[in-house]
Ligand binder design. Structure first.
Ligand code: GDP
Length: 434
């Protein structure tokens, strides 16, 4: 999946463009999860090509007096993380010193950069836009983010610019587990503890565009790739305490993984940043296991695992069916359990339920508690099945699908989870006309 970053100084229309790009997809995704929690990251597609969009400007605050340093960080992040960069400028304002700064950074980049001139909605402005050649970035695209005019051409160019990716990273079809989490949560320690002094590593494949490391494991009778995001920060010049950055740094690792092992620091709890990473995994329909690390530091009298788990689950709502393990990378407590749980989630995610078994159970569940009648009409569901998709999706055929609302879908999901083990795995429920 290609990653597109939108950069530019504040108020040039980055967010409007971002929203425009993700709009359609977002609507679909949100009808499933019911919530939007992040405004800086979204999925989009054009001409059948899917991609992810990062609005790096979502971070930069203080629209009027942004420091050059902030912009610099934003652009560096984009350069590190994205496959293609869209640099937005504003024809009304013309070239500002900050635009020059951004252009200077982008001129050095080998990745494709699309210069997009916003607010061009008439012939006059089309003429004015010529000045942007002076940024030294070559051809530019004109558009108007408010009306959307011109965005089609921009998107065509964007798709064209995506690099041809030799799929080196998935040479072998091994399960991919990404170790993600805040800086200092203990990701490296966890991986090192697993690898130990003995070399279980079979091959090292350095990430193509970055130094995230894929390590192939052959352990415990199970082969898998461990994707280490911890290494990424060594390269990062930006301050690590900035929430936005480390979340964005997890994007690619999460997208390329089957399962995310989210490591949190027990002494700090499940924070906003952990939530954002969890949400990224959920939104990408990845399996998730949560490791509460540094459990050795927690006074067991003050907090039991059960209390702690309850607290975390409140934050995970509505997707709470997730394994939570209490580990210590330092004392190596329960690390094998953690790996076992991860493998289990991987199996859960691959699980296929036969259509006959699914109907046999679900139709009874539906009979016991049918969808509520609406406007005097009864909703009937007579048939259902699991779709042959890479992540668990279930379709229920109804006479009046539009009357089956979110709470009922949740009921169906809960019943599926009661009967079959989908722990750690996001599920999609679709209601279709029979
Ligand atoms: P990363 O940034 O997520 O890779 O975190 P590190 O693995 O570098 O760990 C950050 C700090 O926490 C280091 O000082 C580790 O020694 C410490 N640490 C990691 N795991 C544990 C643990 O389970 N218990 C304790 N007490 N300290 C830990």
């Amino acid at each position: 999946n290609n990653i597109v970053a939108i950069v530019g100084r504040p108020n040039v229309g980055k967010s409007t463009l971002f929203n425009r790009l993700i709009q359609r997809r977002e609507a679909i995704v949100d009808s499933v999860s019911g919530v939007t929690r992040d405004r800086n990251y979204g999925k989009s597609e054009w001409n059948g090509k899917e991609f992810s969009v990062i609005d790096t400007g979502g971070y930069v605050r203080g629209s009027d007096d942004v420091f050059e340093g902030e912009i610099r960080k934003q652009v560096e992040l984009a350069i590190d993380e994205a496959d293609v960069i869209i640099f937005v400028v504003d024809v009304e304002e013309g070239i500002t010193p900050m635009d020059e700064t951004v252009a200077k950074l982008l001129r050095k980049v080998t990745k494709p950069v699309l210069l997009a001139v916003n607010k061009v909605d008439n012939a006059m402005r089309e003429k004015d836009a010529v000045e942007f050649y002076n940024l030294g970035l070559g051809e530019y695209f004109t558009f108007a983010s408010i009306s959307g005019s011109g965005t089609g051409d921009l998107l065509d160019a964007l798709i064209e610019a995506f690099p041809e990716k030799p799929e080196v990273e998935v040479k072998e079809d091994l399960p991919r587990f990404a170790v993600v989490g805040r800086p200092n949560a203990g990701k490296s320690s966890f991986i090192n503890a697993l690898i130990g002094k003995d070399r279980y590593i079979v091959t090292d494949i350095a990430g193509t565009t970055r130094d995230a490391i894929d390590t192939k494991f052959d352990r415990f009778g199970f082969e898998f790739n461990l994707v280490d995001t911890a290494g990424i920060r060594r390269k990062a010049k930006v301050k690590e305490d900035l929430e936005f950055y480390s979340v964005m740094r997890s994007v690619r690792a999460i997208e390329h993984a089957d399962i995310c092992i989210l490591v949190i620091d027990a002494t700090r709890g499940f924070e906003g940043q952990d939530q954002s990473i969890f949400w990224l995994a959920e939104k990408n329909r990845k399996g998730v296991v949560i490791l509460v690390n540094k459990w050795d530091l927690v006074e067991k009298d003050t907090m039991s695992t059960r209390d702690y788990e309850e607290k975390i689950k409140k934050e995970l709502m509505p997707f709470t069916d997730v394994p939570i393990l209490f580990v210590s990378a330092l004392t190596k407590q329960r690390l094998l359990k953690a790996l076992e749980a991860t493998v289990q989630v991987f199996e859960n995610r691959k699980q296929r339920i036969s259509t006959s078994k699914f109907n046999e159970y679900m139709l009874k569940v539906i009979e016991a508690y049918p969808p509520p009648a609406m406007k005097g009409k009864y909703v009937k569901i007579k048939y259902c099945m699991q779709l042959p998709s890479p992540t668990p999706q279930f379709v229920f055929f109804a006479n009046l699908p539009q009357y089956v609302k979110e709470p009922y879908k949740r009921y169906l999901e809960n019943k599926i989870r009661e009967k079959w083990d989908f722990s750690g795995v996001p599920i999609d429920i679709y209601i279709r006309e029979k």
